[in-house]
Write a protein that binds this ligand. Structure first.
Ligand SMILES: Nc1ncnc2c1ncn2[C@@H]1O[C@H](COP(=O)(O)OP(=O)(O)OP(=O)(O)O)[C@@H](O)[C@H]1O
Length: 263
């Protein structure tokens, strides 16, 4: 299996402070990673490096076989799907759900005067259908609920047939039903052998979809643990990561975590 992402001693420094420090991490084709860590740990910074939007201050980052700094990122970016708040903010609120997904096929955030091929429209409809959005095709993006918006963004990220799919807190802000619906859908995607390699940032072990294979834990910019979920998602590692005593349990093919009661 080849490396989809390979970071060697990557640091990102801003104002004299390392946001991530000496991170060495590799993601192989077909793997599905969850990145866990407290607020401000450096999760989004790592994802921004993986999406080629942020260059390391030191160290090397290879994405889909190409080294950042030595590759034209405009060739690389269409091969990476990204769904997160940063993308949502760039999308026009008055565009319909179908247009929002379709524009991704042309690497754009808005529709101008280009004409879309029927084949692209079919693909957009199929991705939206897999994410339960068929009823909303003509609704404007700005009128969607948080959960509907998140599902639209994932369909959009799939549109370019990416080799790497990056999800930044896809379940944040969703109610219990919305979260469970999304986790089930992501679980189905994770188990699809033809789906891209995936990296998902989350704050909660409950949001790790079934089928996710690996976990990376980060605290204050440094990697604490990285490897197969069943080996690394332990109470010890999670307590260290979040800085308080936690007990993690596996329930079926999902995980839960709880803080120990105060004595
Ligand atoms: N451009 C920047 N300049 C200075 N500091 C920054 C910059 N971008 C991010 N930071 C800081 O870097 C740290 C890591 O930020 P990052 O967004 O990667 O964390 P995170 O783990 O995704 O956090 P959260 O869970 O709260 O979203 C934070 O302390 C943040 O304030």
């Amino acid at each position: 299996m080849s490396d989809v992402l390979e970071l060697v001693d990557v640091s990102v420094v801003r104002d004299g402070r390392a946001l991530v420090e000496d991170v060495s991490w590799s993601v192989k084709e077909g793997e599905r990673w969850a990145i866990l860590g407290p607020n401000g740990a450096g999760k989004t910074t790592l994802l921004n490096v993986a999406s080629s939007y942020l260059y390391p201050s030191s160290g090397t980052a290879r994405i889909l076989g190409d080294q950042l700094g030595k590759v034209d990122v405009f060739d690389l970016r269409p091969r990476i799907g990204m769904a997160g708040i940063a993308m949502a903010e760039k999308l026009p609120k008055r565009q319909t759900v179908l247009q929002t997904v379709l524009t991704a096929a042309y690497g754009m955030t808005a529709t101008w005067h280009e004409r879309y091929d029927a084949v692209d429209e079919d693909r957009a409809r199929a991705f939206l259908d897999r994410l339960g959005m068929t009823e909303y095709l003509d609704r404007t993006f700005g009128t969607l609920s948080e959960g509907e918006r998140k599902r639209t963004l994932i369909a959009r990220a799939m549109m370019t047939d990416p080799e790497l799919l990056l999800l930044d807190e896809p379940a944040a802000g969703l109610d219990l039903g919305g979260r469970e619906d999304l986790v089930r859908r992501l679980g189905r995607l994770a188990r699809d052998a033809y789906a891209p390699s995936m990296i998902m940032v989350t704050h909660h072990v409950e949001e790790i979809p079934p089928g996710f294979t690996h976990v990376l834990m980060i605290r204050q910019g440094k990697v604490l643990a990285a490897g197969p979920v069943e080996m690394e998602l332990t109470s010890r590692n999670l307590s260290h990561c979040f800085g308080l005593p936690l007990v993690v349990e596996r329930v079926g093919d999902r995980y839960t975590a709880q803080g120990l009661p105060l004595s």
